[in-house]
Design a protein around this ligand. Structure first.
Ligand code: ADP
Length: 394
């Protein structure tokens, strides 16, 4: 009987999954990956197996929440891999708080601690934990591992983690945590092979997806990042504004009389590329559009990225390399070109042909600071952690 392991990334409207298989006597390999999207609106399951064969099915409207989505995924998995043994399940969990500086095997005590962090990530943590609970119910006895988006950033200098508010507020957990840590950890893990000359140097990694952030790394460790207490800080994102004067938020409450729910929706769902362009949160719809608001949105995206790269270069006291990753970072040669051009003062000289071909190295040979495109793989990072903690690698 073949062994299987699962990776789950449960969000508010999507459930992403990977299935890993270990045929007897052989090594682990990716068997399938896919997602259920549109949970609560127009749910749809799409998946691709290792041979590249795609499957796609519309799901009924009864798939209204994460639990129902997991039920459907369980049925889909049974249909394909029924009767096989699941050796472990790895989960993405957005918040590990100040104490989890690495992944953790799920126990009732760990869950209790993670539930305490829900107020710090109300839009993500409940869904992540809901998936763990659902698996515990359906597959009791199958070990699970929680992998955190914050862990990679623990160990930063105190000034990088500080939110300079009064002590009692800080003592209640208000600090800069940083996110996208599984992506950054993956990039750090592949640099020794993919770009050995920079692996131990001062590197700024730009994770530019629908959420976007930067991480300043020295010797493969995070020393600062552009996301802070929540995933709202730093760069302009698909629907989030990035760094804002907090006085604006006060004004939304006090001046405009908006409710907390309204303000939350503005900050998480209606701002950023979508809010500025009034057209779309998707860079593909904006990057070549001949529309003044779309142009402003893209200009702002590039401007903020370049400004923050300058800030992190100051933190690192110089920079040796810039690495692009995630949806926009991996796929948009134009955005990479514009960010590199805006950062030319640092000593980045782009090599256009390599940029068009997605690198991996996209800077000129003599460029003082090198630039790279390295695809991220957060699911593989979760699978590696899960395998290691559960002793499945052998
Ligand atoms: P998530 O943060 O949801 O995991 P991804 O890292 O997959 O997101 O990035 C998704 C985003 O990447 C899309 O919203 C889209 O804006 C952007 N994207 C994907 N392909 C391209 C492309 N060819 N050109 C510009 N942007 C792209």
């Amino acid at each position: 009987m073949d062994d299987y392991a699962l990776v789950l990334n449960a969000g508010s409207s999507s459930l992403k999954f990977c299935v890993y298989r270990r045929p007897s006597g052989a090594a682990w390999g990716l068997e399938a990956r896919g997602q259920i999207e549109g949970i609560g609106t127009a749910p749809r399951l799409t998946a691709k197996n290792a041979a590249g064969e795609k499957s796609e099915e519309a799901l009924g409207e009864d798939v209204r929440d994460g639990r129902a989505a997991l039920d459907r995924l369980a049925a889909w998995l049974r249909g394909r891999y029924g009767g096989s043994r699941v050796l472990g399940v790895g989960h993405r969990v957005v918040h590990g708080g100040p104490s989890f500086s690495g992944p953790a095997v799920v126990t009732p005590e760990v869950m209790e601690e993670l539930r305490r962090l829900v107020p710090l990530a109300p839009l993500h943590q409940p869904y992540n934990l809901g998936a763990i609970e659902a698996v515990t119910e359906r597959l009791p006895g199958v070990p699970q591992v929680a992998c955190f988006d914050t862990s990679f950033h623990r160990g930063q200098p105190a000034v990088a983690e500080l939110v300079p508010l009064p002590r009692e507020i800080r003592d209640a957990g208000v600090q800069r945590y940083g996110f996208h840590g599984l992506s950054y950890e993956y990039i750090a893990s592949v640099l020794p092979e993919a770009a050995p000359e920079i692996a131990k140097k001062r590197v700024i990694v730009a994770h530019l997806g629908s959420g976007a952030s930067l991480c300043a790394m020295k010797d493969g460790r995070s020393v600062d990042s552009s996301l802070g207490f929540t995933a709202l800080d730093g760069l302009c994102m698909g629907t989030r504004p990035g760094a804002l004067d907090p006085g604006v938020v006060l004004h939304l409450f006090q001046g405009l009389g908006l409710s907390p729910k309204d303000v939350e929706a503005i900050l998480y769902k209606k701002s950023g590329l979508l809010g500025v362009s009034g057209i779309s949160n998707d860079m593909r719809d904006l990057v070549d559009k001949d529309d003044p608001q779309a142009r402003l949105a893209v200009d702002y995206f590039v401007y903020r990225a370049a400004k923050e790269i300058g800030a992190l270069a100051a933190v690192l006291r110089g920079v040796d390399a810039l690495v692009f990753t995630a949806g926009i970072g991996e796929n948009s040669a134009e955005i990479r070109r514009r960010i590199c051009e805006a950062s030319a003062w640092l000593g980045i000289e782009l090599y256009d042909a390599a940029n068009a071909a997605r690198g991996p190295r996209i800077s000129r040979v003599n460029s003082k600071v090198s630039a790279w495109v390295i695809p991220t793989n957060e699911e593989l990072m979760i699978a590696r952690h899960t395998g290691r903690l559960l002793g499945l690698s052998a």
